[in-house]
Design a protein around this ligand. Structure first.
Ligand SMILES: NCc1[nH]cc(CCC(=O)O)c1CC(=O)O
Length: 304
């Protein structure tokens, strides 16, 4: 039996300004699709929100952004949860499904504090706690010094303004959603390939039931297929958040073109490649295997 839709549809989210903006976008899309006027946004504090002083990779990884939201979803306290797909583990509980993704935003990273990576002064410090961004920066410029940098977008921009670092990197998607269209300069994709799923907002529901089917009505299939390919690559690599991995799938007619890059943490070693295919999951797995097969030992040791 399928559970009926509740009177008030509850949308779970983290409480950061970006998370709330994204939840509002999902609410608006559900309202437009179904005419619902009773959608309540329920803020749930996650472990990732509480722990601000250490790199996520040290304290347990991406699950820290979803655990409390998963629990509320499975307990029926909310009907759906909104996530940045970039922050969602590839291995998810079987009773939870990604019912929809919103149309993807600008996938690039933006540099804030200099006009380009080459314009940064010799030895500049760059605030980031992303192993991918740190490795990519050092591959481009071994003199740069990545510095641990956490907190939400406004916190990071505040630390930059206070002079704690010379520059920082943030996803264009988050900046744009916060109305910060003029903050920073986009780094070209051939210099910095984004994180898998960057720029994609996903909506998870319980795998079965009316909420799943109602949310599926707002799915952007093109975004969903591309992100599925990127996440399949990540899953096949058995990557964790210590592993510097970049990936981007784009549509080329009916086929997907997936590019990916694996790096050593210091950026000294890199392996990259691309593949095309129709089945997102098979494509991600195939490119992962191909890259691992060619990866130098320093990179292969980070995976599996
Ligand atoms: N890890 C934090 C996070 N998760 C999603 C985004 C940006 C929005 C997106 O990629 O959809 C950000 C901030 C950032 O990386 O600058």
């Amino acid at each position: 039996m399928t559970a009926p839709l509740p009177q008030v549809f509850k949308l779970g989210t983290r409480g950061s300004p970006l998370a709330l903006t994204q939840a509002g976008m999902v609410r608006d899309a559900l309202r437009a699709a179904h005419g619902w006027d009773s959608i309540e946004i329920v803020v749930i504090r996650t472990t990732g929100d509480r722990v601000q002083d250490r790199a996520l990779a040290e304290i347990g990884g991406k699950a820290l952004w979803t655990r409390e939201l998963d629990r509320a979803l499975l307990a029926g306290e909310v009907d759906a949860c909104v996530h940045s797909m970039k922050d969602v583990e590839t291995l998810r509980p079987a009773a939870i499904a990604v019912a929809a993704m919103l149309p993807r935003a600008d996938v690039r990273d933006r540099l804030i504090g200099a006009a380009s990576v080459s314009a940064l002064r010799e030895g500049a410090s760059v605030g980031t706690s992303s192993p991918r961004r740190a490795a990519q920066l050092r591959r481009l410029r071994p003199d740069l010094r990545p510095m641990l940098f956490r907190g939400n977008v406004d916190t990071r921009l505040g630390k930059l303004a206070a002079g704690e670092v010379d520059a920082t990197l943030l996803a264009a998607a988050g900046l744009d959603r916060l109305g910060r269209h003029d903050t920073g300069t986009a780094i070209p994709l051939d210099q910095m390939l984004p994180a898998p799923a960057q720029g994609a907002v996903g909506v998870e529901t319980r795998a079965e039931g009316a909420a799943h089917d109602a949310v599926a009505a707002i799915d952007d299939a093109a975004t969903h297929r591309a992100v599925d390919a990127e996440r399949a690559l990540l899953a096949a690599l058995a990557a964790d958040c210590h592993s510097p991995v970049a990936a981007l799938a784009v549509h080329d007619g009916d086929t997907l073109r997936l590019r990916a890059e694996l790096l050593s943490p210091d950026g000294a070693e890199q392996v990259s490649g691309e593949a095309r295919g129709d089945d997102p999951v098979a494509l991600g797995a195939r490119l992962a295997a191909e890259l691992l097969g060619r990866a130098p030992p320093a990179i292969r040791a980070l995976f599996g």
